[in-house]
Structure formats: C-alpha cells, structure tokens
Design a protein around this ligand. Structure first.
Ligand code: GDG
Length: 465
C-alpha cells in the first residue's frame, strides 16, 4: 500500500494536547498518516543561522514527523511576508491590506525550493504526496523539477479570490501555472473552485471539462471537498465533566441573560469590528431586549508580528471600550471581550452555554467554529447559529440564520430572530445541521481527498522545465 506524505507549513501530530486551529486538522491528518504509515513534513517553527536542510525526525502518536529549521530571512519573507502579508489578505479579498514586495515573492519561492529539496529524498516511488494550503502553492512543481513523478495533491484551506482581484498580484499567472504540476486540487466550496477555474481558463489558456483542467499536456482534477470537524468527538467533549463545569459557570455568570458567543483568531477576515457594530445596532434598536443579552467574544491574538494584525487588535479594543462605555449599566456590560486562548474543553462548555453563536467572517475558506458550535449544543434545547453567507460553511449549513456580515441591520435582525425562535424550530434546524456535521466530518473530508488522489493516473514523466 502507498504511504501518504503530508506537507504543510507547520506540523503538529495529534498527541492529545491539541490546541488552536491545528486541532481538528491534526486529528484527521494523524489518523490518515497512521492508516497509510505516513510521514508529515514541514517547518519546525524554529530558526537557524544558516539553512542546512537538516531534518529533525520525531515519532509522535504513531506518526513520523520530519521538520526543518528556516533562516530568519526566510521566515520574514516567506511566512510573515508573502504568506501572511500578501496571499492571506489577497485571498480574503483584502487587496487594501495586501503588500506586494518582490523580496516576499523571492523568499516564498526560495523557502518552497528548500522544502522541496529537503523532503524529496524522503519520498519513495509509491508514495502519495498531499500538500496543504497557501504557504506551499509552488511546492508541487518544485518536486516535479526534482524528478518526482508521484501523485501529488494540493488542498487550499482559504478562499480562492475572483480573477480580477488575483490579477493585482504581479506574479499571479506564474503562481497559478505552478499549480498545474498537481494531480488533484481541492477547495472547500464550488465558489472557490469556480474562481480558480475562471482564472486558469482566462489567463493561462486552460480548458475545463468534467472537473479536469487541461493546460498544455498537463491535467489536474479540481474537486470540492469541504473540511469538517470530528463532530462526534466534539459532542463528547461538550458532554465531558470539564465542559459541563464550564457551562454551569457560564450560566451562573449570565444570570438569566442569553449569552451570544463569538470565537475567532484575532484576524481581520473574521469580521469582528462589523460584528460588534451589528451587535451595537441590536442594542440601540431593541432597548427592551438589550439587557437580556450579552456578547462574549473570545479572540486569541494571532500573527502579531504583522502590522495589520496589531492595528485590528487596537481597533477592536477601542470599539469594544466605546460600546461598553456608551451602553453599559451598573449591573450589566454588553460585551465581554477576551484576548486569550482557552483549552478545547473550555470552548466546548462555552459554546454549550450560549443561546446564540455569532459567526460572521467577511470571508472564510470554511470556518470550523460554526461546526463546533453546532456539535456542542444540547439536542433538546439547542442554541441558534448565525452565520455569514461569505463563509465556506454557509454552503453546507443552510439551516443556520445566514447574514451579510457587512450589514449591521442584518446582524441585528438575526439576533432578534434567534432570541425569539421557538424551541421546536431551534431543534429542527439543529438536527439538520448536526446531521451534516456528523456525515461530512473531518474523516469524510480526508477520505474524499485521498480517494481522488489515489485514483489519479501516475505521471508518465516529469514535465520538462
Ligand atoms: C483556516 C481557514 C478553515 C479559536 N480560538 C481558540 C481555539 N480556536 C480554534 C477553533 C477552531 C480553529 O481555532 C479556527 O478554525 P477556523 O476554521 O474557524 O479558522 P482559521 O484558523 O482561519 O482556519 C478556515 C480552516 O483553515 C480549516 O480548513 O475552516 O476557513 O481560514 O477549531 O476552535 N482553540 C482553542 N482555544 C481558543 O481560544 N483551543
């Protein structure tokens, strides 16, 4: 049987001490790697004076990880630069925040070449290679240049931007052309796939038929493959003693008021400012309801080496302070805004205690918080999910209250609807949402992708460069 080689920027085999965004993904990939006797390769997160390509092997939770240290300049240009200051904002439609620097593009290319040279000797002829996310777009081509004929797939965890936005990136076409070295490319939604397809057809002379994009003599299968969570595990977590304790504590501190919860990495794509403004609109427009609710926003800081993240953090502190100053009373504060990272069982208990989950990103590849909120609910008395129609999750979670996150009025209206929603309707909506959560979970996702990849024809030869 073929081995699976997963390649991603950061590596985190599931050891039982999962935290943050790696949680569900690490569980899914670890399970796949165990099944296929695989290997997980990526950056160690550590710096080195001079890049040597020396690999640190580790065996964790039944999975072999192989990591490599990077030079400070690589991290500045590749990770903090091109990945997080160029591609992340651009792919989330924020060309106002995107920084286009040749040094970033050069560092990104160099880091990907270094990854390819380092991992290539570890790849055996029958192995199947799965590259993850926007940090590594050109990696497949770099491996092909080194003679790798294995099946190589790529999965994009973030949105694919519309063609006209992508064209603002000076090297957009060259970047997209590197992707034809893959055998399969996966997207969370049909919308992201269609944007990729439109770009490839219009700008790279691609032709598309039956899910296959052909460019010259290269063919790549495009698939929609929405990621899920480990819904069963998360539901169990929400029923654990620790989570129940947290839930009770939250209910006590809510003092009979309905808790609205938001949980997001502190990132401008998550629409936190717009969410606060929508909530404020609700307070202003519904004076009789306002002291019946409060918003708990958990927002652990991320990427704080990047200036736009420092700005959003300062902006949110100002905005939550202003809203609390304007609307609070001696016995009530409208927003509890917390910049901390909590263990997963605490999050599960918090979700469970909430009457409303407010998940309103301006743009999101998928959004796993929406799925976790659903998985954590009490089946007999579930809370209501308010979800941005611009999150990939909206394509699957149609029984949520879908809103335009830019509209304070829509957010406010949805909060009103959620607060007064009868129990039967809440239960009915929740059942459908949880059914999809369980059916299309994280294992379904990786099986769908690896099945497509394993079925791809093996390349006869590496493309000439
Ligand atoms: C990218 C894409 C796509 C958050 N705060 C805490 C904490 N979290 C966890 C959540 C959730 C994860 O982080 C966030 O996942 P999202 O999917 O919401 O967002 P991104 O981090 O932007 O992820 C996204 C995803 O990749 C997968 O493809 O869905 O669209 O942007 O699991 O629970 N976890 C803990 N403490 C916190 O305080 N433990």
């Amino acid at each position: 049987m073929s081995r699976l080689i997963v390649i991603s920027n950061r590596v985190s085999a599931a050891t039982g001490q999962l935290s943050g965004a790696q949680g569900g993904l690490a569980v899914a990939l670890t399970a796949a790697l165990r099944e296929y006797r695989g290997l997980w390769f990526g950056w160690s997160g550590e710096l080195t004076e001079e890049f040597t390509g020396q690999i640190n092997f580790n065996r964790e939770a039944g999975v072999t990880t192989a990591t490599v240290d990077l030079e400070e300049q690589d991290v500045d240009e590749y990770y903090n630069g091109y990945a997080n200051r160029t591609l992340w904002p651009l792919f989330h439609y924020r060309i106002d925040l995107a920084e286009y620097e040749r040094d970033f593009a050069g560092g990104y290319q160099r880091a990907n070449e270094r990854f390819a040279h380092t991992v290539q000797p570890l790849i055996e002829p029958d192995d199947v290679v799965w590259v993850q996310d926007y940090h590594m777009i050109p990696l497949g081509l770099e491996l092909r240049k080194l003679g790798c004929r294995n099946r190589i797939g790529f999965f994009l965890h973030i949105p694919w931007p519309p063609r006209r936005l992508l064209n603002t990136l000076p090297e957009a076409r060259q970047l997209v052309e590197t992707m034809f070295a893959y055998d399969v490319i996966g997207f969370h939604t049909d919308e992201w796939l269609q944007s990729f397809r439109e770009y490839a057809v219009a700008e790279c002379r691609g032709s598309y038929s039956d899910g296959v994009m052909a460019v010259g003599d290269q063919k790549v299968l495009l698939i929609v493959c929405p990621i899920g969570i480990d819904a069963k595990e998360f539901t169990e977590l929400a029923n654990s003693e620790a989570a129940r304790g947290v839930c009770e504590r939250m209910q006590e501190s809510a003092n009979g008021r309905a808790m609205i919860v938001g949980v997001d990495r502190l990132d401008y794509s998550k629409g936190l400012e717009e969410r606060f403004l929508g909530y404020e609109r609700f307070l202003v427009d519904n004076p009789e309801e306002r002291k019946e609710v409060f918003l708990l926003q958990i927002a652990p800081p991320s990427r704080d080496a990047v200036e736009s993240y420092q700005r959003i953090r300062a902006g949110l502190e100002g905005l939550s302070g202003r809203i609390n100053g304007a609307h609070a009373d001696i016995d009530w504060v409208p927003i509890r805004y917390v910049n901390q990272n909590y263990p997963r069982d605490v999050l599960a208990g918090v979700y469970r205690a909430a009457k409303i989950g407010l998940v309103t990103p301006l743009r999101d590849g998928m959004n796993l918080v929406a799925k976790e909120f659903v998985a954590a609910q009490d089946p007999d008395d579930p809370g209501v999910l308010i979800l941005s129609r611009f999150a990939g999750a909206a394509a699957q979670m149609k029984q949520a209250l879908l809103v335009n996150p830019h509209s304070a009025e829509e957010i406010s209206d949805a909060i009103c609807t959620a607060i007064s929603m009868p129990r039967e309707e809440r239960v009915e909506r929740w059942r459908k949402l949880q059914k999809i959560n369980l059916e299309q979970d994280v294992r379904w996702w990786r099986q769908r992708f690896t099945d497509a990849l394993m079925a791809a024809p093996v390349r006869e030869r590496a493309p000439a460069q």
